[in-house]
Design a protein around this ligand. Sequence first.
Ligand SMILES: Cc1cc2nc3c(=O)[nH]c(=O)nc-3n(C[C@H](O)[C@H](O)[C@H](O)COP(=O)(O)OP(=O)(O)OC[C@H]3O[C@@H](n4cnc5c(N)ncnc54)[C@H](O)[C@@H]3O)c2cc1C
Length: 479
Amino acid sequence: MYTKRAVLWFRLDLRLHDNEALQEALNSADEVIPVFVFDERTFMGRTHSFGFPKTGKYRAKFILESVRELRQSLRERGSDLIIRVGKPEEEVFEIAQKARANWVFCNRERTHEEVKVQDALEKNLWSVGQEMRYSRGKLLYYTSDLPFPIQHTPDNFTQFRKEIERYVPVRGPLPTPDALPSITVALELGALPALSELGHEEFEPGPKGSFAFQGGELEGLRRLNYYLWEEGLIDDFKESRDGLIGGDYSTKLSPWLAQGCLSPKMVYYELRKYEEQYGKNKSAYELFYHLMLRDFFRFMAKKYCNQIFFKTGPQNNVGLRWSNDRSLLEQWAEGRTGVPFIDANMREISQTGYMSSRGRQNVASFLVNDLGVNWQMGAEYFESLLIDYDVASNWGNWNYMAGVGSDSRDPRYLNIISQAKTYDPKGEYVKLWLPELQGLPPEKIHQPDQLSFSEQEELHLRIGDDYPRAVVSTNKWSG
Ligand SMILES: Cc1cc2nc3c(=O)[nH]c(=O)nc-3n(C[C@H](O)[C@H](O)[C@H](O)COP(=O)(O)OP(=O)(O)OC[C@H]3O[C@@H](n4cnc5c(N)ncnc54)[C@H](O)[C@@H]3O)c2cc1C
């Protein structure tokens, strides 16, 4: 009998639960060949305009762990994962040809570089009469379920949210298959590359990070279970999510959501179950709200395409000016601005790949408004480093902070000192990342540039030697 074969190309959907491409491949074919390609341009390349390493070591390690776990889960179900390093449009094509596959299934991506790759693969497949089949896998809401065409998606998040949350149900997550067909075609399985093959030295996560992120679907589900069912941390999410220290102040689900190890629909349905058991809860809604915000940025990326990457943004705001000052950017990136709240956050991201939501907003506002540096440089630096980098969320948030987003006309300005005093009143967060400021009392910790010479002597701290002079006087915010 003629065997129908499908290649299943895993991309940012490194999971078996709620995986539409997997389900559609299983429904269509007798045999499914799962493949993952470490795209050499993504792992070994540089960011588009400012040349940072495209995938920093924290995210590279997280993805490696996720792919390792995915292979294991596939093996436990009778299948396997073919692994390659190279260009997906060549590697997946070659596998599809060797396997004489009828189709290649994948979850469709919507942003420039990802679309270019999927288009190139599709073209190659067409040349030999094979077909690409696209599915959806990233969001709570399906585009086809929205009550408006994508080009008419409201530019304002509140309006978007109000139009969908009441009328559009979130579809239920698809099940995880118990068993999968085995691969009968003779194909080299391919080894999981070492971190060094992706351009990074092996490392152990530092002791100060707020959370020991570990890639993989099971780890993502475990974290969700811990946050909701084991510890009930969700009950305080609304109040705690602006925290800065430790694992529990926010969900920390972002890296798993970004790599698709965890489906947002799964999170939503667990929240619903939680509320069914314990009653309606403002904090559960708050998490749902942020998942809708995540969807919103993705829809804006779809609506405005490459404009999200342009300096003038979706808004086409030509009135704003920034410099490409490398030296200021480096001081910011290395946590050497002399403004402790900024420096602490920037050292956290460079030593862990993660930064809190509160921190991200502050360092972005500081770069754009106080240093007057081009927001695209900040966005590319985040792209390089973030363990949870997600194209639409990163560029969308930077658009918004810079005042070029779909619903913002002015940069979002934060008073760094009042933010620092509100969210780090005792300076504990600053001291965690800037041990050189250990001896400063809470009332001085956020403004060491204002210490007199005699105070510096008394505190054994020489500004300019032990800690950098401030690039912007902190008096600016408190004077
Ligand atoms: C300049 C800037 C850049 C950012 N870049 C990214 C990025 O590349 N990837 C990313 O996932 N988030 C990004 N964010 C959003 C947000 O900071 C992170 O999602 C959040 O800090 C991740 O931690 P958490 O999972 O504990 O979040 P929680 O507070 O527990 O939120 C739960 C989930 O909601 C979603 N979410 C929350 N806030 C936002 C938001 N503002 N925009 C979009 N989704 C949100 C995330 O998926 C998050 O995991 C950025 C924010 C800013 C200001």
